[in-house]
Design a binder for this molecule. Sequence first.
Ligand code: UD1
Length: 346
Amino acid sequence: MSDKKKILVTGGSGYIGSHTCVALMEAGYDVVVIDNLSNSEPWVMDRVGEICGRKPEFCEMDLQDREGVRKFFSEHKGLDGVIHFAASKAVGDSVANPLKYYRNNLGSLVNLLEGVLENGIQSMVFSSSCTVYGQPDELPVTEDAPIKRAESPYGNTKQISEEILADTQEACPNLQVIALRYFNPIGAHSSARIGELPRGVPDNLIPYVTQTAAGLRDKLRVFGSDYATRDGSCIRDYIHVMDLAEAHVVAMDRLLNHWNSEPMEVFNLGTGTGVSVLEVIASFEKVSGRKLAYEITTRRPGDIEQVWADTRRANEVLGWTAKRSLDDALASAWRWECALRGIEGN
Ligand code: UD1
């Protein structure tokens, strides 16, 4: 029997989940993954094993399967904590198929929480999003900013999930939850063995940029140049996925080591710096040594103009700060795309 603490990571073969598995194992945790592979590949776990020198235990399962979740917990006693990533995340798809999002993202969470409570697991980290703020009135946005009406069913599932977790923690004094509100995660592990794996045409900026540079797409469309920002393009807070992954380890350490009877804690995870789309392109061209084909087009419906994080709470309470730069993140994203496509990179 290992004396290492064991963490269940749902959605552990996805983008942020897989990087978090690496960070957890490097910090000395044992990891069990549940994933239905709906938006990831079976080989991702092999790659995590390659990077860490040991593989997480893997359980292919859909968390919507309540009986399956029950059975999983009856066969996995002694879990110390849970990090819950598993969810659908495509904003446009959620507008077209809202019920799929409500059923999957909320049903899975409820099934998982039943398992957590029935098995006396006391520590849970939840994957939330800065989408809960909409367009904030004040920037940088703090965790105390008002939650705006969600722009999409996806965003709404994050808001409702936070409420479900806060209510459950209040009702169950033995459960402690931390919700982490991510800004824009980008980049890949330095080994270029794991990274973001969008299916089909990417919705998000960075995979679209790297796929364009790799020749899979003709050109990037920059959605809008008439925003009230320094260069007219939208501003976001892009955070390296390994910084994000490490924040989950710190959050889990806190839950396991500091008992705290306060309500659910919420932390922004960003760099604290806003970067425009045109600045991302310039940084990408610098680190990749390639010119990126792009054109300015109209605004994308639903986009907010600008958002970046006030990170003081995470800095002060968790003792965590994003360490890696935008250039590092984009260089790692490019190395990953090159590795994936068998291209000679930079
Ligand atoms: C989006 C979601 C957010 C979700 C996140 C992760 C919206 C409104 N927000 O964030 O809820 O948590 O993805 O999946 O959809 N851009 C281009 N051209 C492109 C793609 C993007 O110019 O081809 C621009 C966008 O206008 C935006 C920035 O790049 O300003 C980042 O876009 P994206 O990567 O899609 O993330 P968000 O929209 O910030």
